[in-house]
Design a protein around this ligand. Sequence first.
Ligand SMILES: C[S@@+](CC[C@H](N)C(=O)[O-])C[C@H]1O[C@@H](n2cnc3c(N)ncnc32)[C@H](O)[C@@H]1O
Length: 232
Amino acid sequence: MAATWLDFWNGSHRIYVNARHAEVHYAKLAADFIDRIPAPSAVVVDWGCGEAYNAEEIVAHAGRLVLCDAAPATLERLRQRFGARPGRIDIVAPDEFRERYRGSVDLFVVNSVLQYLSDAELAQLFADARAALAPDGTLIIADVIPQRDDVLGDICNLLAVGLKNGFFLAAVVGLVATFFSPYRRLRTTVGLSRHDEAEFLQRLEDAGFAARRVHPNMGFDQRRMAFAARPV
Ligand SMILES: C[S@@+](CC[C@H](N)C(=O)[O-])C[C@H]1O[C@@H](n2cnc3c(N)ncnc32)[C@H](O)[C@@H]1O
């Protein structure tokens, strides 16, 4: 049984209610990611990338895409899926990333990951991003959960996305399954990390960034926050 969020992500989970949900989710993220790529030669990082189904589409708009995740099982699946594109798609664990990328990253994206990080892991992420970014590079941290818990909003958001994209019934079934799942157990025992806008901007500043909140958020949930930061 998963004791930590990383165990959860490294195991076989059912966070996407069906294949259509995963497809719609990753397609939207890819479109949002591509919008933020500064140049066709850019080195871009997707940190905490998960399944990254649309990596080929993203790298078609960049010089190199680095897929970084801490879950070994996820890295293994990514290597099987994209291993034939060495060089343009680089698949790394966070410690490999730290060794390989220094001062060379143009865009560093972290989407929907902060809620699973401890305070110490967040500090390490800021230090890694600061060291990896080129002087004019950009860090985007998106899908950050605000302090106020809103489970009803989470439910409505999933149902609305399901209704619009043809998986409404699967979303209803998925919600019932989530109620009995390890995700809900971890959400009540370990909890999700949440952030306050002003305090988060201050933390980024203390870590050596000039930062601001940006709109829209990446993905489908506009209740969550996105930030853009540059090294100073
Ligand atoms: C909700 S998924 C997000 C995947 C993708 N970024 C997205 O937006 O769909 C969270 C991801 O964060 C990764 N993760 C969790 N803890 C991590 C850590 N300490 N370091 C790096 N990645 C981590 C998990 O393995 C998982 O792939």
